[in-house]
Design a protein around this ligand. Structure first.
Ligand SMILES: [Zn+2]
Length: 387
């Protein structure tokens, strides 16, 4: 089965500029060819799709989701909730996600179901349960550990359950209001997690909304920092030196602070909300200037809607000042690299899996074009309908 998508603007996930008047040939699950429309190989049995006015790009990647978050309240349970979220994300053109945890291993089960072709969804790299200090995360979600030996055992338990990445709550979050928790998971504990995860061939990422946890995770050798809302120049310089990724999740910060920065709010509340937002934006600006690798993530569906990666791309441009092409790389090729799936997806090239998004207009000129979905292909299979 061959399909030619022709008369398109094509952006491959990397180039500075899209190519006008292009075409792309799919064969089975893979991209077989791409180039100028007039050179397109056609023949009997090739379906032709005229994509005039549209841009074809790699499917989007959301590197920070929680597919099964709150899924215990779903009538069919957390796996059904995770699969429903996965299918809905795919319909928006999100073709790969990294799931950063919930209270059970439903996201790992969802990853297997999608991989086996039993359910529609993005490719899923799942963390299983996060690791946290006792009372150091939302109650009932994390595996609670207090010393390096317990940390190593908890990492191995996630590996044995089929995790594709390890998540650690490096900046503790009090399990209950009024509780005081340390400001970091602790350097020795973080180092133990790095040893155990890297020994199993997995990357680690750190929930780090505040500076002490972020700094310790970077120094311990974590591969990635989530949120990083309070990163300072020294920690960012260290991340650039080590090649540590940043997934800034500005959309989650916006969702948390925007209700409090309106004119109707008391001056103190308003000022604190704006200060938190501006610190988070400044961290992304500094990271960008320092050359830290950025990837898009959102906290969908725990805190924001399941299509929030589109808003994250827009915030990286409008708030943090990234050129659209840099924000789009963070949402495609760069994020695929972070997930360890760049050999398969995240760019358009012959041999890559055909995980594609066709949108009306030119997202490199106006990133809100990502909302105008005209077609989504996952492993060469076109989804019915529009989103
Ligand atoms: Zn999260």
């Amino acid at each position: 089965m061959k399909t030619l998508i022709t008369n398109i603007r094509l952006w491959d996930g990397l180039a500075e500029q899209p190519t006008e008047g292009a075409a792309l040939l799919l064969e089975g699950a893979r991209i077989a060819w791409l180039g100028p429309a007039e050179d397109a190989p056609t023949g009997p049995g090739t379906d032709i799709i005229d994509g005039r006015g549209g841009t074809l790009l790699p499917g989007l990647v959301d590197a920070h989701v929680h597919l099964a978050w709150g899924g215990e309240t779903h009538p069919q349970g957390p796996l059904a909730a995770a699969l429903a979220a996965a299918a809905a994300m795919l319909a928006c053109g999100i073709t790969a996600v990294r799931d950063l945890g919930a209270r059970d291993h439903s996201a790992i089960a969802a990853a297997r179901a999608v991989q086996a072709g039993q359910a529609p969804g993005p490719a899923i790299v799942a963390a299983g349960r996060p690791l946290a200090l006792p009372d150091g995360y939302v109650a009932g979600v994390a595996v609670e550990v207090a010393d390096p030996e317990a940390v190593r055992a908890a990492v191995r338990a996630q590996v044995d359950a089929g995790a594709g990445v390890i998540k650690v709550i490096a900046s503790p979050v009090p399990a209950r209001p009024g509780l005081t928790v340390p400001r970091s998971f602790g350097l020795d504990n973080l180092r133990a997690a790095v040893e155990a995860a890297h020994a199993a061939g997995l990357r680690l990422t750190a929930h780090a909304h505040s500076l002490p946890g972020a700094r310790d995770a970077v120094l311990a050798g974590f591969d990635c920092i989530e949120h990083g809302y309070r990163l300072d120049a020294d920690t960012i310089a260290e991340m650039a030196r080590r090649g540590t990724w940043l997934v800034p999740t500005l959309v989650a910060m916006e969702a948390a602070q925007a209700p409090f920065w309106g004119d109707d709010q008391p001056a103190g509340t308003r000022q604190r909300a704006l200060e938190r937002w501006e610190a988070a934006v400044e961290a992304v600006r500094m990271a960008r200037r320092a050359g830290v690798r950025l990837a898009t993530g959102t906290d969908a569906v725990a805190l924001v809607p399941l299509d929030a990666v589109r808003r994250e791309v827009a915030l990286l441009v409008e708030a943090a000042g990234l050129p659209p092409v840099a924000a789009l790389r963070a949402a495609t090729s760069a994020a695929a690299e972070l997930l360890g799936v760049a050999h398969e997806t995240g760019t358009l090239a012959p041999g890559r899996r055909a995980d594609l998004l066709l949108v009306e207009g030119d997202p490199l000129a106006d990133v809100t074009a990502l909302k105008r979905v005209q077609g989504v292909w996952r492993a060469g299979h076109r989804l019915a309908g529009r989103a």
